[in-house]
Design a protein around this ligand. Structure first.
Ligand SMILES: Cc1cc2nc3c(=O)[nH]c(=O)nc-3n(C[C@H](O)[C@H](O)[C@H](O)COP(=O)(O)O)c2cc1C
Length: 314
């Protein structure tokens, strides 16, 4: 892997279609959508769809959610028996109440002893690297505590730290705390990847420059904008910002994205067309006629109709 520009894990977003488009446009590594350890162990069929992959969808990793070390291990073993993954990430970042209430996701930041036990158990039993995804804190900024949490992850055997530069309470808004990420990078021996507000090549460079991190995760910046991976790469290489893709290039990539969804997504027809509409709207964000296009998309009832609409947009 030469480039350290990864597509971030995003539940409900980074499905096979999204990953294939991102890879075509430069994402060097992708994650499956987050998997719930209990759903794997107790046999929720939905997980089968979430780990759908094909040969060119590689290299790929998975992220597990959970708070029980034994269930996490059981889930990880089942997962590894089904798919080939480069590493397994433990989610210590999810801010959703339903998740944190059960001690999982970002709640692990408050119980680092449990977080450490989960990491240690997986590291001791599995032959693939175990990584962690963190936030800079739970409900307050505290650089010292943030560094200690990351150090504990490293001590327990984590091989990489991915860190979103916001606390759990900030969810997805507010400034990025580059200083905390920088402190974590300085304190650890293992690689540290920064995440947060990477919406263009300049923001990517800012993350790398301000924190000294080893790589970056692109999340919302890739929605309807998969060119961002190549754009970042070329900007980092030669300082050139590329021009916006032409409307016809955008439409071509959007249609490829929709074709992947049509081919690979296991969903009922009504849900599928609704899902495709959401994806198409992302691509038309910022279009001079965006409001009208989005309202037309919301009335679409079939795949062919959606393609015709896209073709008709100037
Ligand atoms: C729709 C959505 C779903 C997400 N799902 C996950 C997830 O399952 N696991 C995770 O670690 N982070 C998840 N994230 C967080 C992102 O990976 C990323 O850290 C965060 O969005 C900050 O980056 P950004 O400001 O560039 O979007 C999600 C973010 C979004 C917007």
């Amino acid at each position: 892997m030469n480039s350290k520009i990864y597509l971030a894990p995003m539940s409900g977003v980074t499905d096979l279609a999204f990953r294939l488009v991102s890879r075509r446009l430069g994402a060097s590594h992708c994650f499956f959508e987050m998997l719930d350890s209990k759903a794997i162990v107790y046999g929720n069929q939905k997980n089968r769809g979430l780990i759908k992959t094909i040969k060119k969808d590689s290299p790929i990793s998975a992220q597990l959610l959970g708070a029980d070390p034994s269930i996490m291990l059981d889930a990880a073993e089942q997962l590894i028996s089904l798919v080939d993954i480069s590493f397994l990430d433990i989610n210590g970042a999810c801010p959703v109440k339903k998740v944190t209430k059960k001690g999982a996701g970002a709640a692990l930041l408050k119980d680092t002893a449990l977080f450490g036990r989960i990491i240690k158990k997986l590291v001791s039993k599995l032959r693939i690297p175990i990584t962690v995804k963190l936030r800079t804190g739970f409900d307050k900024r505290d650089i010292g505590e943030c560094v200690r949490t990351a150090e504990e992850c490293q001590e327990n055997g984590a091989s990489t730290v991915f860190i979103h530069g916001r606390t759990m309470s900030q969810r997805y808004s507010g400034d990025i705390d580059y200083e905390s990420i920088k402190a974590v990078k300085k304190a650890l021996k293992i690689p540290v990847f920064g995440s947060g507000n990477i919406f263009n090549p300049l923001m990517a460079k800012k993350m790398l420059d301000e924190t000294g991190c080893d790589g970056i995760l692109v999340a919302r910046g890739a929605l309807g904008n998969p060119w961002i991976f190549k754009d970042i790469e070329s900007y980092l290489k030669n300082g050139e910002t590329s021009k916006n893709p032409t409307p016809s290039t955008k439409k071509k990539i959007l249609k490829a994205h929709l074709a992947y969804i049509e081919k690979y997504k296991d969903m009922g027809p009504a849900n599928k067309i609704g899902f495709m509409g959401k994806i198409a709207m992302w691509y038309f964000k910022g279009h001079y006629n965006g409001t009208e296009i989005r309202s037309r998309i919301s009335n679409i009832t079939s795949y062919d109709e959606l393609i015709n609409l896209i073709d008709s947009v100037q």
